[in-house]
Design a protein around this ligand. Structure first.
Ligand code: ATP
Ligand code: MG
Length: 332
């Protein structure tokens, strides 16, 4: 099999309080891989570690965060051994990210052209005028009408959907190999949402980029993604091809998530709540973190956290129920 574009092995990221007394295990021992041009959906309840995982990949974490273990291979290089300077060459150029809140990633004081052109000036050392011209073309490619006029305007002059697309244009400006989109459609109404998703898919096809799509919406996963990773309390509890997981989920948490959507084809349903509360990531129970809410819980689940069992190549689950089905000899 050819080398994947991205592979994570045992990646853990913790937030440590200033006194060092409180450790939040936001990402705990995550192992996954993604091929060139593929789309991976990451789902999970609020606070399950999705954004932290994405920021870990970008090495753009806040000061309280520590990547405590793991390897993150991207195009054959371990991102965790790179210096900050080397990471600046990767970020925005080879891996780009669209943040959860579009306004937070646009600077109100700079024109759209300036901001869309910035990665091109920085990474490709393009002149201001050629970066400006590229910005116009990029605005056009994300379907902004009258890009020649819009390019000189400022973020507050754009609608929410336009800002989102502008952030998308910044993301693809240097033609990255991997684009990470963190809840890119949350603030958009349904029509604009559908347009934006189509646009991302078109861009992906045109540029052959791999996409990591973080969302609360399983309808979007069904529509957009090849692979799915389900996060619960910082751990990836199930992963594999979307079609396989949707037809036969292995983890009770995944089953509960899928059971909460009446019709997948509708595409507009969000995850509904599952009884009980997610655990405090600074105070995880000794066994499986889902045990207190799990309908299939056993004594073993409360005592011992399950490892990641491989169900078939590229498909795994962290659940004792998956053990009898697992191929114990191969790695996930
Ligand atoms: P959402 O769906 O709400 O965006 P998420 O899955 O992206 O949630 P994260 O933002 O990754 O979740 O947060 C994971 C955990 O890390 C949460 O318990 C959160 O409280 C904690 N956390 C996030 N940022 C920090 C921080 N800067 N300092 C301390 N803890 C943090
Ligand atoms: Mg988030």
């Amino acid at each position: 099999m050819s080398q994947p574009l991205l592979s994570l092995e045992g990646v853990s990221t913790h937030y440590v309080s200033q006194q060092g007394t409180r450790v939040v295990r936001a990402v705990d021992d995550v192992t996954l891989s993604l091929g060139a041009g593929e789309t991976l959906g990451i789902v999970g309840e609020s606070g399950s570690g999705k954004s932290t995982l994405a920021l870990t990949l970008m090495r753009l974490l806040p000061p309280a965060a520590r990547i405590v273990s793991g390897r993150m291979m991207f195009e054959g290089e371990d991102l965790l051994t790179k210096s900050d300077g080397e990471m600046r060459q990767v970020r925005g150029k080879r891996i780009a990210m669209i943040l959860q809140d579009p306004m937070a990633s646009l600077n109100p004081l700079f024109s759209i052209g300036n901001q869309v052109g910035e990665p091109i000036r920085v990474h490709e050392h393009a002149s201001s005028s050629s970066a400006w011209q590229r910005a116009v073309r990029l605005l056009k490619s994300v379907r902004i009408a009258s890009p020649e006029t819009r390019v000189s305007q400022f973020p507050h002059e754009m609608s929410g959907g336009m800002r989102q697309r502008i952030v998308g244009a910044i993301g693809i400006s240097c033609e990255p190999r991997l684009l990470i989109a963190d809840e890119p459609t949350t603030s958009l109404d349904l029509t604009i949402q559908a347009q934006y998703l189509n646009l991302l898919r078109d861009l992906q096809r045109e540029h052959g980029l791999a996409l990591i799509f973080i969302t609360h919406n399983l309808g979007i996963v069904a529509k957009m993604c090849d692979q799915l990773a389900v996060m619960y309390a910082g751990r990836m509890v199930e992963h594999g091809p979307v079609s396989r997981i949707f037809s036969a989920p292995a983890h009770p948490y995944t089953k509960a998530l899928l059971g909460s959507i009446p019709r997948m084809a509708d595409g507009g349903e969000r995850l509904t709540a599952i009884d009980g509360q997610p655990p405090d990531l600074a105070n995880l129970p000794p066994g499986c973190a889902f045990a207190p809410r799990c309908p299939a819980v056993t004594t073993r689940c409360r005592a011992e956290a399950p490892p990641q069992f491989t169900l078939e190549p590229g498909r795994g689950a962290r659940c004792w129920l998956a053990e009898p089905l697992s191929m114990r000899s191969s790695a996930a």
